[in-house]
Design a protein around this ligand. Structure first.
Ligand code: HEC
Ligand code: HEC
Length: 223
């Protein structure tokens, strides 16, 4: 290669990649505004309560904070407001096994925090954090998921339940639930948890009967 060719390669090569860099920067800047919804007064008030009680001393949000307790960025996606409010004000009343302390949060403070967490839930984080992986029930590892397993995943059950060590701790461990409950109990409980467990904080499963049946089949296979 002559000196001139080398110089041209250097100049045009640099210009070419600089143009790509500018294009990508422009593209990113255009998307930034749309990634987060508007910050209202109440979202702001919720953030203040978040600091007041030092939630970040135990939890992470957008991955920042302490790893003692679960990340809360997408909390409101699978957990109903009523449950969260009760939990925040008195964790043990919503979940007898809760190890989060009762911090003395007042009702209006709880509402504000929930509004803040609804805001963080809506921020486009490129699907971070990943959804908990479906716990593979005994024997199905490596095979196609059944309909029931797929429903368990898409309905967000693992936000509250654990199967084979994977999932949340809000509700009971389901690893062997099939040995404990029968079809009638399971299907009925899905449609109306409170009819079976009076103070149940579990949300009703909003799905067609056919899906409830598939979910029930899956539960019955867990022994
Ligand atoms: C001393 C540590 C600690 C502090 C401080 C703390 N938490 Fe927690 N929190 C936990 C733990 C541990 C859990 C996991 C569930 C359990 O065992 O209670 C949890 C669970 C939660 C959950 C999920 C409840 C569920 O059933 O999934 C929410 C929501 C929550 N915390 C919000 C907050 C907010 C908001 C604050 C601040 C006002 C806060 N936490 C402060 C330890 C803490
Ligand atoms: C917001 C948290 C939450 C979500 C989401 C949730 N559950 Fe629950 N679930 C609970 C709690 C708390 C209990 C214990 C109280 C009760 O039995 O109603 C429970 C109980 C259960 C039980 C009875 C377990 C036993 O040992 O008696 C089954 C089965 C169950 N859930 C399955 C599911 C399935 C399947 C989904 C998804 C469609 C789901 N849950 C979604 C919180 C939740």
């Amino acid at each position: 290669m002559t000196n001139k060719a080398a110089r041209n390669l250097f100049i045009f090569g640099s210009l070419f990649f600089f143009a790509i860099f500018l294009g990508l920067t422009y593209d990113t800047m255009g998307k930034l505004d749309k990634r987060a919804p508007e910050i209202t007064e109440q979202v702001n008030a919720g953030k203040m309560v978040w600091h007041k009680y030092d939630c970040i001393g135990c939890h992470t949000i957008f991955g920042n904070g302490s790893y003692f307790a679960p990340d809360l960025t997408k909390t409101t996606v699978n957990k109903p407001k009523g449950y969260l409010k009760q939990f925040l004000m008195d964790p043990k009343s919503a979940n007898p096994n809760a190890s989060m302390p009762k911090l003395g949060i007042k009702p209006d403070e709880a509402d504000n925090i929930i509004t803040f967490l609804e805001w963080t839930s809506k921020v486009d984080t490129n699907n971070w954090p990943p959804k908990p992986i479906l716990a593979t029930a005994g024997g199905v590892a490596g095979r196609e998921l059944t309909e029931g397993q797929r429903l368990y995943q898409s309905l967000g059950c693992s936000a509250c339940h654990t199967i084979n060590g994977i999932g949340g701790t809000t509700g009971p461990d389901l690893t062997t639930v099939g040995a404990k409950r029968d079809r009638v109990w399971l299907a009925g409980h899905f449609k109306e948890p409170k009819a079976f467990v009076p103070e149940s904080p579990m949300p009703k499963v909003e799905a067609p009967d056919a899906d409830i049946e598939k979910l029930t089949d899956y539960m019955l296979s867990l022994k």
